[in-house]
Design a protein around this ligand. Sequence first.
Ligand code: P6P
Length: 287
Amino acid sequence: MADETNEIVEAVFEAVAEAAPEIRAGLPSRRLKSGSENPSGETQMAADVFADDLLQTRLGGIDGVGEYASEEREDVDDVGSGLSVTVDPLDGSSNLKPNNTMGTIVGIYDEPLPATGDHLVGASYVLFGPVSTMMCAAEGVVHEYIVDNGVRNLVTEDVRLPDDPSVYGFGGRVPEWFPDFEAFAREVEQDASMKLRYGGAMIGDVNQVLTYGGIFSYPAFTNAPEGKLRLQYEGYPCAYIMETAGGASSDGSQSILDVVKTDDIHARVPVHLGNRELIDRLEAALD
Ligand code: P6P
């Protein structure tokens, strides 16, 4: 990747880390619904709008960032010239009231939005858990940081998915799963080496898989064949991070990074992320 692109990617990572404590500090007073909906028709929490406005200002102000788009905004914002940045400002904000994990997901692309997964040049997420951590993927490597006062402190260099999977998290309503996915899920559940870990915020569940090895799925449904999660804001960045860490991703038949839906920046995609062996078994089950 050209040095200039890498410098801008790092500047985006730094700006997200700097914004993290401000987002976290803004949560206690913004636990209520905002009274509005996002472009996907989901109720926005006041915290969603707050995090989005903060990140648009910070990331849009970076020299070398040309476009900003968010799960919370209808359209792409033109903020100058250069790379395109997408955010899910507060993934899992419905976890705010029960005080569960949530986070910020970032994708950085070297083409105008809506962009395709092969144009990702970096991706990251901040996890607001007991401590604030951050995963940053660029140039073929993933590093994990603890974010302290807006500064990244390296804790895991070159994050690699463990070879022996031990956790699974399957989202959505079981009666709406397709039978072939349900059969796969039951098979995984019967595996004595696998434990259920599902927290209702994709980024927390993905982080469990990156930490312990396993699989996270938010699959296609009989009443929603495209699933729930957004390709541009959730699917692509998390697939990029997972594959960079030695794992695999799938929409049920191919890498999520190979899925193309550039006619709708809020398009949804079935999401499966985890160890290559489990993703291969999943794709065989859905074939
Ligand atoms: P459900 C959070 O709203 C989110 O977008 C993902 O973070 C999470 O995986 C999923 O939706 C949870 O959806 O239907 O279980 O609340």
